[in-house]
Design a protein around this ligand. Structure first.
Ligand code: NAD
Ligand code: UDP
Length: 371
């Protein structure tokens, strides 16, 4: 256990925020000041039932773009600021590109400004998408790892055309990374940038119609879980031919704790946080989840159906290609390795989803069947 610290988590009620909060409160003696614009449903278990931690956690429901004075006060009281707040769902990049750019770039400015002003360590959440299209997508041999293994210090960042709106998110994240780096150079900002590679786990996103809008499109894990629990086909965008490397959120949060704990090792760096061992084609992920759901519940195996990216997300959707995180820097600086296999991560995650949602979805289905 390390020295007591005060950690401000902006976006604490989201998926990653809820896991980071839990890990810090359980394993460290640090105090957490959390804020989010949504109600604290995903962190209820820490706010309510386990009152022994109440003295080490406070929650403020607020929009950081509206309550700037409050944000300044929270940052002033903290040692480290973790900024997770952002629109980060691909279906939103197409539907609301202006908000996506503002949320990921403009709205991150105050956190940066106050960390400069009060000399705080800023841990800013970016994305592996800042690398954009990989060299292998431009015809360089896919057999050469140089063309798809992404290294923080050497790999170029190549965005798609402006009309492919998927990249507005990646581009906004890239620009904010460059701004943070610039403040490091000009104003001595102590910063660390985190580039997550598809972290997954319990509490990720929502289930449309239960705790999200009826026509919402959550990210792939929650989308496949919703289909499985409703007994509907899993939708494979463009046949599910692309690859993703999935990292269990609890492994990933261990890296974030090391970043907070050891600023002498983490400040000034951008880190890939992912699990290169868990690289899988989306179609194979669907089959893995179909098999596991049948094994856990004893129900018949589900099916899949193909849909085009444009039909599913809208005009301007472009997918990202094979991208594997280089572990060179994160091993050297943080001595961190992810441990959990995709199968184990999925099994733990799916059981939590089933426990939380299966009854509610069965109820919903019975009502709609009766219509
Ligand atoms: P999430 O949507 O679950 O959490 C983000 C939280 O920020 C939400 O609770 C939201 O209400 C809050 N928020 C957004 N705007 C806000 C505002 N103006 N004021 C107050 N709160 C606000 O997303 P997540 O998966 O936890 O991701 C967190 C961060 O990590 C994001 O910056 C995202 O871009 C980055 N990221 C995540 C992944 C992943 O695998 N989950 C991958 C790449 C990047
Ligand atoms: N995807 C899919 N079916 C779904 C949801 C997503 O095939 O119901 C695909 C999506 O097109 C992408 C991958 O799964 O290729 C991962 O999508 P996600 O939204 O989780 O995040 P991304 O990595 O694209 O940001």
């Amino acid at each position: 256990m390390s020295e007591p610290k005060v950690v401000c988590i902006v976006g604490v009620a989201g998926f990653i925020g809820s896991h980071l909060l839990e890990k810090i409160i359980r394993e460290q003696e640090w105090t957490v000041i959390g804020c989010d614009m949504v109600p604290p449903t995903k962190i209820q278990q820490l706010l309510g039932a386990e009152k022994k931690w109440a003295s080490r956690f406070e929650f403020h429901q607020m929009n950081i773009t509206e309550d700037v004075e409050k944000l300044e006060e929270l940052i002033r009281k903290s040692d480290t600021v973790i900024n997770l707040a952002a629109i980060c769902n691909p279906s939103e990049y197409i539907k609301q590109p202006v908000n996506t750019i503002n949320s990921n770039f403009t709205d991150a400015q105050d956190c940066i400004k106050f960390c400069v002003k009060y000399n705080k360590h800023l841990v800013h959440f970016s994305t592996c998408e800042v690398y954009g299209r990989t060299l292998s997508s431009y015809g360089l041999p896919a057999s050469d790892p140089q063309n798809y293994i992404l290294d923080e210090e050497t790999t170029p960042m190549i965005m798609g055309p402006v009309s492919a709106q998927r990249w507005c998110y990646a581009c906004a994240k890239q620009l904010v990374e460059r701004l943070i780096f610039a403040h490091g150079t000009e104003n001595n900002l102590k910063f660390t940038i985190v580039r997550p590679y598809n972290w997954i786990g319990p509490r990720m996103d929502y289930v449309p119609g239960v705790d999200g809008k009826d026509d919402g499109q959550p990210r792939v894990l929650a989308s496949f879980m919703t289909a499985l629990m409703k007994g509907e086909p899993l939708v494979l965008v463009n046949g599910g031919q692309v690859y993703r490397t999935f990292c269990f959120v609890e492994d990933a949060c261990e890296a974030v704790v090391k970043i907070i704990e050891k600023p002498e090792k983490s400040v000034g760096h951008a880190f890939n946080i992912g699990n290169p061992e868990n690289n899988i084609q989306v179609q194979a992920l669907a089959n893995l989840m179909i098999d596991m759901y049948a094994k856990i519940t004893g129900k018949p195996k589900g099916t899949t159906k193909d849909i085009s990216g444009e039909e599913y997300y809208g005009k301007g959707y472009e997918d990202s290609d094979l991208r594997i995180p280089s572990m060179r820097l994160v091993r050297k600086q943080l001595d961190w390795e992810p441990k959990t296999s995709l199968k184990d991560a999925m099994e733990m995650t799916m059981k939590v989803f089933i426990e939380k949602y299966a009854d509610k979805l069965a109820g919903l289905k019975r009502v709609s069947d009766a219509d």
